[in-house]
Write a protein that binds this ligand. Structure first.
Ligand SMILES: [Zn+2]
Length: 254
């Protein structure tokens, strides 16, 4: 308690009153935090231009026991994320990454892995890594870190190897089973998707990018991740719905 300074990644920024904002951010040691940044909308405010989701900052805040909101005293920019925000798709993707962390990070609970995942994925995207690959990698890892969707090595029912026995997604979309255990009604999942979900355990984005899965496989990975996440949350992640609806409503390039 008291005054805390640490690295943080901004997740959400909202206007509170005329001059103030509510900022939600993720830290490694303290999990997710929400705080008030006073005077942050003033033109020459010390926060000016830095309050953008996915920006990495050194945050200093004051907290009191029992209070939900902390008082942010400074946010010093360490890495902007503006290279991701140069086009609409990048803006939507940034919001989707932040939205996942907002949903799955716990308040005040150490989460070094999620912090590192968000940090490295944002860095890679700013450096121009393939967006589709990065998004699939990130969303699968968020589910894995939350204990929602473990690596699909074996069928949880019979213990059979999912690469040899072939996989399907359960009716309730809790995860992957072998096709025998899943039953005939279950949606089949290709070997490529199982392989990708296993590869992310040992390969970072750079290595995955050197021999990436096909666009078709990535589309199936996205579908499987979305089904599992939806079943767990009992709802669609809002930033994902916005992303899909907005991109689908755009005129197609011919
Ligand atoms: Zn089985």
């Amino acid at each position: 308690m008291g005054l805390v300074t640490t690295e943080a990644i901004l997740l959400d920024v909202r206007d509170l009153q005329e001059q103030d904002r509510i900022v939600t951010f993720l830290t490694s040691e303290h999990g997710k935090k929400r705080g008030v940044a006073r005077g942050s909308k003033r033109k020459y405010s010390r926060f000016a231009g830095q309050l953008q989701p996915l920006a990495k900052v050194r945050a200093t805040w004051f907290e009191k026991e029992g209070r939900e909101l902390v008082r942010i005293s400074s946010l010093e920019l360490l890495r902007a994320a503006d290279r991701l925000y140069r086009d609409l798709e990048g803006i939507l993707l940034g919001s989707y990454l932040a939205g996942n962390a907002l949903e799955f990070a716990q308040d005040n609970e150490e989460n070094e892995y999620l912090f590192r995942l968000l940090d490295t994925t944002t860095n890679a995207l700013c450096e121009g890594v393939e967006r589709n690959l990065a998004a699939r990698f990130y969303e699968a890892w968020v589910l894995r870190l939350a204990g929602v969707f473990p690596p699909p090595a074996e069928c949880p029912t019979c213990g059979g190897d999912l690469l040899t026995k072939k996989a399907a997604i359960t009716q309730g979309a809790e995860g992957l089973l072998c096709r025998e255990c899943a039953g005939g009604e279950a949606k089949k999942v290709s070997r490529g998707t199982v392989e990708f979900l296993l590869r992310i355990g040992g390969e970072n984005l750079r290595r995955l990018g050197a021999s990436p899965p096909s666009v078709r496989t990535l589309a199936e990975v996205e579908d499987v991740n979305a089904r599992v996440r939806r079943a767990f949350l009992q709802d669609e992640l809002k930033s994902y719905r916005v992303l899909k609806e907005t991109l689908q409503s755009l005129p197609r390039e011919s």
